[in-house]
Ligand binder design. Structure first.
Ligand code: URA
Ligand code: SF4
Length: 209
Protein backbone atom coordinates (compact mmCIF):
# COMPACT_ATOMS: atom_id res chain seq x y z
CA UNK A 1 0.00 0.00 0.00
CA UNK A 2 1.36 3.46 -0.81
CA UNK A 3 1.93 5.42 2.37
CA UNK A 4 -0.21 8.48 3.02
CA UNK A 5 1.52 11.85 2.81
CA UNK A 6 1.13 12.31 6.57
CA UNK A 7 3.36 9.34 7.29
CA UNK A 8 7.00 9.79 8.27
CA UNK A 9 7.98 9.37 4.66
CA UNK A 10 6.11 12.48 3.49
CA UNK A 11 8.48 14.26 1.12
CA UNK A 12 8.62 16.64 -1.78
CA UNK A 13 11.56 14.65 -3.18
CA UNK A 14 9.60 12.81 -5.87
CA UNK A 15 8.27 16.13 -7.22
CA UNK A 16 11.68 17.77 -7.52
CA UNK A 17 13.10 17.66 -11.07
CA UNK A 18 16.79 16.84 -11.11
CA UNK A 19 19.39 19.46 -11.90
CA UNK A 20 16.92 22.09 -13.11
CA UNK A 21 17.03 25.88 -12.92
CA UNK A 22 14.88 28.15 -10.80
CA UNK A 23 11.95 28.55 -13.21
CA UNK A 24 11.56 24.79 -13.69
CA UNK A 25 11.78 24.27 -9.95
CA UNK A 26 9.13 26.87 -9.29
CA UNK A 27 6.78 25.27 -11.84
CA UNK A 28 7.36 21.83 -10.38
CA UNK A 29 6.76 23.09 -6.84
CA UNK A 30 3.39 24.41 -7.97
CA UNK A 31 2.37 20.75 -8.46
CA UNK A 32 3.90 19.43 -5.24
CA UNK A 33 1.87 17.02 -3.14
CA UNK A 34 4.72 15.99 -0.93
CA UNK A 35 2.70 16.44 2.25
CA UNK A 36 -0.93 17.23 3.06
CA UNK A 37 -0.54 21.00 3.19
CA UNK A 38 -1.28 21.54 -0.51
CA UNK A 39 -4.85 20.35 0.06
CA UNK A 40 -6.24 23.36 1.92
CA UNK A 41 -3.87 26.07 0.71
CA UNK A 42 -4.55 28.14 -2.41
CA UNK A 43 -1.17 27.69 -4.07
CA UNK A 44 2.50 26.94 -3.57
CA UNK A 45 4.46 30.06 -2.64
CA UNK A 46 7.99 29.60 -3.97
CA UNK A 47 10.93 31.83 -3.11
CA UNK A 48 11.98 34.77 -5.23
CA UNK A 49 14.90 37.09 -5.83
CA UNK A 50 17.87 37.46 -8.14
CA UNK A 51 19.27 34.00 -8.89
CA UNK A 52 23.05 33.66 -8.48
CA UNK A 53 23.37 37.39 -7.86
CA UNK A 54 21.91 37.05 -4.36
CA UNK A 55 24.71 36.96 -1.83
CA UNK A 56 22.06 36.76 0.84
CA UNK A 57 19.12 34.38 1.20
CA UNK A 58 16.52 34.74 3.92
CA UNK A 59 14.29 31.88 4.97
CA UNK A 60 10.99 32.42 6.78
CA UNK A 61 8.59 29.83 8.13
CA UNK A 62 5.71 29.45 5.69
CA UNK A 63 3.46 31.74 3.64
CA UNK A 64 0.77 33.54 5.60
CA UNK A 65 -2.79 34.39 4.56
CA UNK A 66 -1.81 37.18 2.12
CA UNK A 67 1.06 35.22 0.66
CA UNK A 68 -1.25 32.26 0.07
CA UNK A 69 -3.67 34.48 -1.87
CA UNK A 70 -1.05 36.39 -3.86
CA UNK A 71 1.42 33.57 -4.39
CA UNK A 72 4.34 35.76 -3.30
CA UNK A 73 6.56 35.60 -0.23
CA UNK A 74 6.36 38.18 2.56
CA UNK A 75 3.65 40.46 1.16
CA UNK A 76 1.51 40.59 4.34
CA UNK A 77 2.05 42.18 7.78
CA UNK A 78 5.23 40.20 8.51
CA UNK A 79 6.57 41.26 5.12
CA UNK A 80 5.90 44.93 5.82
CA UNK A 81 7.75 44.64 9.11
CA UNK A 82 10.61 42.85 7.38
CA UNK A 83 10.77 45.63 4.76
CA UNK A 84 11.09 48.26 7.49
CA UNK A 85 13.78 46.31 9.32
CA UNK A 86 15.75 45.66 6.12
CA UNK A 87 15.55 49.34 5.34
CA UNK A 88 16.79 50.26 8.82
CA UNK A 89 19.65 47.77 8.46
CA UNK A 90 20.60 49.04 5.01
CA UNK A 91 19.76 45.82 3.18
CA UNK A 92 17.98 46.09 -0.19
CA UNK A 93 15.09 43.63 -0.46
CA UNK A 94 15.49 43.36 -4.22
CA UNK A 95 19.06 42.15 -3.79
CA UNK A 96 18.20 39.20 -1.61
CA UNK A 97 16.50 35.91 -2.26
CA UNK A 98 13.52 35.43 0.03
CA UNK A 99 11.84 32.13 0.68
CA UNK A 100 10.22 29.96 3.34
CA UNK A 101 11.03 26.61 4.92
CA UNK A 102 7.50 25.40 4.07
CA UNK A 103 5.91 26.39 0.76
CA UNK A 104 2.20 26.02 1.59
CA UNK A 105 0.14 27.99 4.12
CA UNK A 106 -0.97 25.93 7.11
CA UNK A 107 -3.98 27.29 8.98
CA UNK A 108 -7.11 26.55 10.91
CA UNK A 109 -10.36 28.11 9.77
CA UNK A 110 -12.21 30.18 12.41
CA UNK A 111 -15.32 31.61 10.88
CA UNK A 112 -14.09 33.70 7.99
CA UNK A 113 -10.56 33.99 9.33
CA UNK A 114 -7.71 31.67 8.59
CA UNK A 115 -5.41 31.41 11.60
CA UNK A 116 -1.76 30.55 11.03
CA UNK A 117 -0.78 27.18 12.40
CA UNK A 118 2.82 26.17 12.94
CA UNK A 119 3.95 23.41 10.60
CA UNK A 120 4.93 20.09 12.13
CA UNK A 121 8.49 18.86 11.98
CA UNK A 122 7.39 16.20 9.46
CA UNK A 123 6.00 18.91 7.17
CA UNK A 124 9.16 20.99 7.43
CA UNK A 125 11.24 17.93 6.56
CA UNK A 126 8.89 17.01 3.72
CA UNK A 127 9.34 20.45 2.19
CA UNK A 128 13.11 20.67 2.72
CA UNK A 129 14.02 19.34 -0.76
CA UNK A 130 12.66 22.60 -2.27
CA UNK A 131 14.80 24.73 0.02
CA UNK A 132 17.84 22.58 -0.78
CA UNK A 133 17.21 23.18 -4.49
CA UNK A 134 16.85 26.91 -3.93
CA UNK A 135 20.18 26.85 -2.10
CA UNK A 136 21.73 24.92 -4.99
CA UNK A 137 20.62 27.38 -7.68
CA UNK A 138 21.02 30.62 -5.72
CA UNK A 139 24.30 29.71 -3.95
CA UNK A 140 24.10 32.49 -1.36
CA UNK A 141 27.16 33.47 0.66
CA UNK A 142 24.96 33.69 3.73
CA UNK A 143 21.58 32.15 4.57
CA UNK A 144 19.66 33.99 7.27
CA UNK A 145 17.05 31.92 9.06
CA UNK A 146 14.12 33.97 10.35
CA UNK A 147 12.74 32.26 13.44
CA UNK A 148 12.89 28.83 14.99
CA UNK A 149 11.10 26.85 12.29
CA UNK A 150 13.57 27.86 9.57
CA UNK A 151 16.50 27.58 11.99
CA UNK A 152 15.55 24.05 12.97
CA UNK A 153 15.03 23.09 9.32
CA UNK A 154 18.71 23.76 8.63
CA UNK A 155 20.31 23.35 12.05
CA UNK A 156 18.38 20.47 13.61
CA UNK A 157 15.42 20.16 15.93
CA UNK A 158 17.35 20.86 19.15
CA UNK A 159 18.64 24.21 17.92
CA UNK A 160 18.03 27.08 20.38
CA UNK A 161 17.39 30.29 18.53
CA UNK A 162 17.66 32.63 21.51
CA UNK A 163 21.18 31.41 22.28
CA UNK A 164 22.45 32.19 18.81
CA UNK A 165 20.60 35.20 17.43
CA UNK A 166 22.86 37.59 15.56
CA UNK A 167 25.46 34.85 15.05
CA UNK A 168 26.66 33.01 11.96
CA UNK A 169 27.03 29.23 12.26
CA UNK A 170 28.27 26.62 9.81
CA UNK A 171 26.34 23.49 8.89
CA UNK A 172 26.29 21.25 5.81
CA UNK A 173 28.67 23.58 3.99
CA UNK A 174 26.34 26.55 4.56
CA UNK A 175 26.97 29.74 6.48
CA UNK A 176 23.79 30.30 8.46
CA UNK A 177 22.92 33.57 10.18
CA UNK A 178 20.30 33.47 12.90
CA UNK A 179 17.58 35.88 13.91
CA UNK A 180 13.93 35.99 14.95
CA UNK A 181 10.87 35.88 12.72
CA UNK A 182 9.35 39.25 11.79
CA UNK A 183 5.94 38.02 13.03
CA UNK A 184 7.43 37.69 16.51
CA UNK A 185 8.40 41.36 16.31
CA UNK A 186 4.91 42.33 15.12
CA UNK A 187 3.41 40.55 18.15
CA UNK A 188 6.02 41.63 20.70
CA UNK A 189 4.80 43.30 23.89
CA UNK A 190 7.59 45.84 23.71
CA UNK A 191 7.52 46.52 20.00
CA UNK A 192 10.24 49.17 19.87
CA UNK A 193 12.71 47.03 21.76
CA UNK A 194 11.93 43.95 19.66
CA UNK A 195 12.23 45.92 16.44
CA UNK A 196 15.56 47.43 17.46
CA UNK A 197 16.93 44.03 18.45
CA UNK A 198 15.83 42.59 15.09
CA UNK A 199 17.53 45.42 13.21
CA UNK A 200 20.67 44.98 15.33
CA UNK A 201 20.77 41.28 14.35
CA UNK A 202 20.37 42.16 10.68
CA UNK A 203 23.14 44.74 10.87
CA UNK A 204 25.47 42.25 12.58
CA UNK A 205 24.66 39.60 9.96
CA UNK A 206 25.12 42.03 7.09
CA UNK A 207 28.72 42.58 8.25
CA UNK A 208 29.35 38.86 7.76
CA UNK A 209 28.24 38.82 4.14
N1 URA B 1 5.74 34.63 7.25
C1 URA B 1 6.70 33.87 6.68
O1 URA B 1 7.44 33.15 7.32
N2 URA B 1 6.81 33.91 5.38
C2 URA B 1 6.05 34.66 4.59
O2 URA B 1 6.22 34.61 3.37
C3 URA B 1 5.07 35.46 5.23
C4 URA B 1 4.93 35.41 6.55
FE1 SF4 C 1 5.00 20.06 -1.12
FE2 SF4 C 1 6.04 21.65 0.73
FE3 SF4 C 1 3.58 22.06 -0.12
FE4 SF4 C 1 4.09 19.95 1.43
S1 SF4 C 1 4.26 22.14 2.01
S2 SF4 C 1 2.86 19.95 -0.46
S3 SF4 C 1 6.14 19.38 0.70
S4 SF4 C 1 5.42 22.25 -1.34
Amino acid sequence: MPSSPTSRTASAAQFVPEGKGWAALRSAAAECRGCDLYKDATQTVFGEGPIRASRLMMVGEQPGDREDVEGRVFVGPAGRLLDKALDAAGIARDELYLTNAVKHFKFTQRGKRRIHEQPRRSEVLACLPWLREELRVVKPRLVVVLGAVAAKALLGSSFKLTEHRGQVLEADGLRIGVTVHPSAVVRAENFTEAFEAFVADLKALKKQL
